[in-house]
Every structure is written in C-alpha cells, then in structure tokens.
Design a protein around this ligand. Sequence first.
Ligand SMILES: *Cc1c(COP(=O)(O)O)cnc(C)c1O
Length: 398
Amino acid sequence: MHRDFAETLLPFERRWAWTEINREAIRTNLKTLRKHIGPDTMILTVVKADGYGHGAAEVAKVALSAGSKYIGVACVTEGIKLRQAGIKAPIIILSEPPVTTIEAILYYDMVPAVHTVEFALALGEAAAAAGVIAPFHLKVDTGMNRVGVHYSDAGDFLRTVSFHEGLELQGTFTHFATADTADGYAFKQQIDRFEQALEIIRFMGMDPGIIHAANSAAAIRFKRSHYHMVRLGISVYGLHPSNLTRELVRLEPAMSVHARINALKQVGLGEGVSYGFTYRSPGGINIATIPLGYGDGLSRLLSNKMDVLVDGHRYPQVGTICMDMCMFEASRKANISSVRNAQLSAERKPVEYGDEVIVIGKSGSQEITMDDMAAQIGTINYEIACMFGLRLERIYVE
Ligand SMILES: *Cc1c(COP(=O)(O)O)cnc(C)c1O
C-alpha cells in the first residue's frame, strides 16, 4: 500500500533538525504590543520572507485571531500563497511590484504600494477594464531614499494619477530609516516630511486614507508615529528591533531551533575535525554531530564561535560548519578540553546519540538567543530568523 512519507512522519521524525514556533508567544507579543500602543491604532502584521522564517500563513492566522486587521507582504507571490492558504484579510504589498503582476493583484484582491505613475496608470487601466476599482497605498519617500514618491512630489503625483476612475487612494505611508537608532533628529525629519506630504494631499482636496508609518521600533518608541495603523514585524515574533526597545516592552521569542545528535565519536589528540581542520582535538574528548548546517541558516561565520545547549549545559561548537551538519565538543572532561570549553559550565552529564540539542532557545537555566548569534557574526536578529526559515521544517506548538 502507498504510504505518504510526508503525512505519516512529523518534521522531527523526518530529519533531526527543525524549528519550533510557539503560537502562544505570537499572541502574547501582540497583546503586549496592543497594550503598549493603545486601543485606537490598527495593527498590520508583516509576514514577508515567510513570516521572518516563522511560516507566513500560520503567523497571519494567529495574528488575525489576536486582533491584527491587516497583513503586509513584500511581493505578489507571498500574497498569493496567503490567499491560497485561506487568508481573507486585506493584504498590502509593501513595495510596488512589476506591472506584469497587476492581473494577479486584482484576481487575488491584494492592495499594492504604488510609487510610479507607470504602475498607477496600468493598475487603473486594468481595474477599469475589469469593471472594478483598485485600491492602492501611496508610498512616500521621506528620507530612506529607497522606494517611494519624494515627499515634496506626493501632491503632484496624486494629481497626475487621480483622474483615473479605476483607482482609489486607500492609504498613504512612509518607512523610517532610523527608528531603531538613537538618532532622534533623522527620525523627526522624516516624520515632519511625511506630515508635510499629508498636508499637501489634504490641501489639494484629497483624502490620504489610512495613514501609516511606524515599524516595530517606531511603534514602540514614538507615539507620534502611530497615525491610523502601525506595521509590526520583528516585535510580533518576539525579537527586539534594537536595544532601545528592550526596556519599553517585554517580548517572547516565538522561534527556537532544535536538532538531535546523529553521531558521537571519540577523537584523539591532535586529530582535526571538519573541513580544513580549523579545530584539532585536545585529546580525550567526544565530538557530537547534528544534522544542521549553513544550508539550514546556521551561518558558516559562526564556526568555532557559537555554543549549543544539551540538557541545560553549554557545549562549544567546533570545526567548520558544513552545509548540512556541524559538530560540537561533547566532552565529559570539560577542564582539559579547549580554552573556550573550560570557560563553560564544568559539570555535565555525558551526551548520547539521539539527545536533543538546542541551537536557539532555552534549556534549563541556559539560553541562546538570536541576538547572541547575530552579535557573533555582525548581523541583526532579523537575518538570523529569516535564515532558519529557508529549509528547516517547522513544528507549531500551542
Ligand atoms: C519589514 C517592514 C516593516 C516591519 O518592520 P519591523 O522592524 O520588522 O517591525 C514595516 N514596514 C515596511 C514597509 C517593511 O518593509
């Protein structure tokens, strides 16, 4: 009889490496954020890059059930996947997609950000031809200098496209470049410019619609940036956009990264481990392998720098991280192994084949966070989360 491997086995049975996504943490974070920003501001939950690696459709469902009104994505394909997963809420594509996607945008009832006349008119034409009105959000560039209509041109832009009966300005928004930094001047300049653009739009007799500007950092730090709606990404996942938000809200990380030991061996004094022998055994140690590598989002830059947790104890990762595997020192004799190992907790029970290893998350009193990992390789928690979303299978809990 045909037996479906994908259906009969759970992700952690198919492969001894997986991520766990805690839905309750997402709900709790949204509740915390709602309390912090107050009851009157709508929340758009950003689920681009497959929900920052957490699974876009699952996150969208949880977020919508926890009071988020809108969903934001980066591109049309991401929006289509959400519709196919049964998400009915309004979906905003946060930057203007190619004109070739317009048919799909209308078919799947999505709302694009717009910043070129070409796209606006093509959208209007297609909508009029189909006998519908296409809503859009005008993206205003107030200093990020990435995409968007320059703030001083917002009024002229709308005058150029607003004659079109197939178009409806449903919202006006901007995006901050420095909301997560201590540079208050640059932030204030952007918000002043945004309000100038809104003033011009209103002065011309148009309604800017839903006004939104804040990402997580701005939403948490600056009430003035809330307007009608805030666009929350990283904070919903329980990660801080910067150290400046840590004392303002308490967030709970939703993703943890897990593996199981699939090989364990004694490696003698002076023997190298993994490609290039960037680590050599100090003797008398066990090397444990887990099936998790840079192809799963564990950056090769972390080689010989990171730790893993087993049963509440820390162990140093050693040797070059491979595409699909990496190794760690699982010695019982912590004091005679590497210098870094000696600095770690001294008392350990021997690890065994099949033991669960925590790469990101808590084990006993120990914790390894995405912030720790990001700091080790000079990046931000956003990138770490996205990377672990690329190949690992996910288990949703609660
Ligand atoms: C990604 C993104 C956000 C969310 O930013 P966070 O810092 O993750 O909260 C908001 N707005 C736009 C336009 C984005 O691209």
